[in-house]
Design a protein around this ligand. Sequence first.
Ligand SMILES: [Zn+2]
Length: 452
Amino acid sequence: MLVYGIDTSNAYINGELVNTWTTPYIYDEISMFPVEKVVENLGGSVEYNNDTRILTLSLYAKTLSFSVDDKECNILDTVFYPIRNISDELGITVKWYDGLVTVSTDDTVLTDEQIAFYKNELGYSGYEDVWWRDRLTPQWFVDPYVPYTYSQMDADLHTLRKMYPDLFSEVYSIGQSEEGREILAINFGKGDTKVILCASMHAREYIATTYLMYYLDRYAYGYYTNEIKEDTYNIREILDNVTFIVVPQINPDGINLVQYGVENTKDPDAVKQIPFTSDGGEYGYRGWKSNINGVDLNANFPVLWPYPYGSPNSSSYSGAEAGSEAETRAMVDLMDNTDFEILVSFHTQGEVIYWMDGNCDRDLVDKHKPYIERICRETGFEMMPPDLDAGVGRCMTDYARYYKRAMAMTIELCPYEGNYPYPDEDFDRVAWPARNIGLMIGQIALELADPM
Ligand SMILES: [Zn+2]
């Protein structure tokens, strides 16, 4: 038996509570269900003919075929089709309990106790003809499978604001890059507890921006579709109490170089003077890590910065002095002007978390360790040991810990493959293990802000 709620993606599938990432909905009094999943979960099979665009659903000896161009069909992530159109044909029983819907191949009727149980398990609080359906397609829209550019981010941030004006602030700038791009930011959520999420300080790691934008989109959708139990996280409660300050691209000039090549930079001749290092140099400008001046921004922060090292190159120069780069200064200003609990900087690759270094007080290590362990346990990411003897410094997260005494971590997404940039078409591999990180961080920020 399958137990769904209208307007929630949480469902009980053959005895197991799961987030299906697909949400049955009612449109014009017609109940639209992800029928392929329904049939498969009941033990049936699905076939699709690419040429004829005919979908065939089979359950036991019964079969139903229809065109996906049928006007009753709505293709979102999967095919949505009126459940009543398939129930009689395939011998499926559909029963209604005030928005809770059972789909089965027998005549089971739920008791009041069972109804209460399932509503509680699904986090179900009813459904409504939600307002956004008439405005824009009721689905997430960030496309993660293409190289995610600055202009795409810009457009998507504005769409998020337009779709969810209660959840997102206006798009704003925290400063300009060396080439004069606005370093864009948006606030997400309604709470007083603040978290900074940022990505793509390193140019070739731009898929971290894709990741961040993708989950802004998903979490916002979850908030408005009563998708309130993403695994064990309550999206609505978290977004009602936390504000995420999101900077999806710290290094837009470097990303522009990686994606469009050196001829599309502001001063190609100057960039061509900067040599490649052995770290990613074999990928040419696709493997560029620094900003457009050949500075590794994560060695440029004014914290425990005794002396400069190196000279301009593609991956590992500290800059002539701490905070020499516009991108660094923008992030420092943001940290200095924000009372935040946690800062997370998303990078690639390796599926590991760096969270501590030799310059931090032992009490901060002890305080943060259980939380990092929790994130690692849930994601399967590896927790890098605190190197308490090494004097590291120079990094953005060092700055956050040392001067702001905040929890700060560098999260390396993606399995380690050593190729740059990480292939856009493999985005699912990036996204899935890390799907709840934003919610975990929000939850932990609330615990830090209000210790029991
Ligand atoms: Zn990095």
